[in-house]
Design a protein around this ligand. Structure first.
Ligand code: NAD
Ligand code: TYD
Length: 352
């Protein structure tokens, strides 16, 4: 895809965790582009994530819902985007268990709405590209060994991963049926600044600071592969510009941790930061009822993106965690703001 042909890029979900890092990267690195951030500002979307770039000339925020067909039609006719990077989604597995339908609405219907508009633009613009940002959770669960590759069969286990698998399939089907140029990436668990404190790492950092219980699901012997969010944003940039149409790329951190070991590592780092006695935060660990359908292990084989696009993670887990913890210490206001709305009620419902 030639850079010169790309002018207007729509990024959906740019006020969320990963989206905010992708928007910032594109706004700062591609001054010749116009970046449009379309976000409904749900509980997970927060414009504070982008306050350092909100007045940049090449950046426009659009508040809107991807499930609103009329709104999207008007927007696409008016702006005639040259490419779409689609991140908007409902993203939390636990919420998908208590409210699957909202995941179908945003992740499936919202994606199909975007695809319908994109097909029209692609007909008139041969360099148009639709990029779907997806998850490794579509592949289901691994046992103690093995890795997900780009050819692993889809086998989603949660309503969240089923909705993302479905949207991946729609993207591919639009490529086959309507000739839509697309790329898909499936990434492992991200962590870093701006992560909403309902997910494991930011929730536990917040709880350790506030001396609250750390609810470890089941026995904690579940494994995730963690990637620093800015390394994911860099991979998305590379794939958008250099990935091959019709291809899938797995993105991972080469960084597997059992939840319980990760929580202990986090407790140790936080004890040092807070000047607490060694091992004192570990006393907050509370084993709670397991998540239904809890996937035992995710692990990504990211050799394709490494081989074809030269990507690999740039920070170690220790470095990334250090930056992340410091960010949460320095951004207590952000934490207060994002946890003052809907999230508080949700938290009460789940764990108190
Ligand atoms: P997030 O929940 O932090 O952000 C999602 C954003 O989408 C929010 O800003 C929200 O306001 C917006 N949004 C939700 N519904 C919308 C709608 N109907 N219309 C418009 N905007 C809407 O999510 P995230 O963790 O940043 O994930 C972003 C994408 O990356 C998702 O598609 C997710 O499936 C995928 N992904 C996430 C991870 C991870 O570890 N977080 C890993 C791999 C892939
Ligand atoms: P999470 O951050 O929700 O990401 P995902 O479910 O998409 O992998 O959870 C990461 C792991 O941590 C997962 O195995 C579930 C577990 N977990 C807990 O043990 N306690 C918690 O409070 C949360 C939110 C997650």
């Amino acid at each position: 895809m030639g850079n010169s042909s790309i002018k207007k890029i729509l990024i959906t979900g740019g006020a969320g965790f990963i989206g905010s890092h992708v928007v910032r990267r594109f706004v700062e690195n591609y001054k010749e582009y116009q970046i449009f951030n379309l976000d409904a500002l749900t509980y997970a979307g927060n414009l504070e994530n982008l306050k350092d770039i909100e007045y940049n000339d090449n950046y426009t925020f659009i508040k809107g819902d991807i499930t609103d067909e009329g709104f999207l039609t008007k927007l696409f006719v008016e702006k005639r985007f040259d490419g779409v990077i689609h991140l908007a989604a409902e993203s939390h597995v636990d919420r998908s268990i208590s409210d699957p339908l909202s995941f179908v609405k945003t992740n499936v219907i919202g994606t199909v709405n975007l695809l319908n508009q994109s097909v029209k633009l692609a007909k008139e613009n041969p360099s148009f590209r639709f990029y779907h940002v997806s998850t490794d959770e579509v592949y289901g669960a691994l046992g103690e060994t093995g890795f997900f590759t780009e050819t692993t069969a889809y086998s989603p286990n949660s309503p969240y991963s089923a909705s993302k698998a479905s949207s991946d399939h729609f993207v591919r089907a639009y490529g086959e049926t309507y000739g839509l140029p697309f790329v898909v990436s499936n990434c492992s668990n991200n962590y870093g600044p701006n992560h909403f404190p309902e997910k494991l790492i930011p929730l536990f950092i917040n709880n350790i600071i506030n001396n609250k219980p750390l609810p470890v699901y089941g026995d904690g012997n579940y494994t995730r592969d963690w990637l620093y969010v800015k390394d994911h944003a860099r991979a998305i940039d590379l794939i958008f510009h250099q990935g091959k149409n019709g291809e899938t790329y797995n993105i991972g951190g080469f960084n597997e941790w059992k939840n319980i070991d990760l929580v202990k590592l986090l407790c140790g780092l936080m004890d040092k930061k807070l000047g607490r006695k060694e091992n004192s935060s570990q006393e907050l660990i509370t084993f709670v009822k397991d998540r239904p359908g809890h996937d035992l292990r995710y692990a990504i084989d990211a050799s394709k993106i490494n081989r074809e696009l030269g990507w690999k993670p740039s920070v170690t887990f220790e470095e990334g965690l250090e930056i992340t913890i410091d960010w949460y210490f320095d951004n207590q206001d952000w934490l207060d703001h994002v946890t003052s709305g809907d999230y508080k009620d949700y938290y009460k419902k789940q764990y108190q």
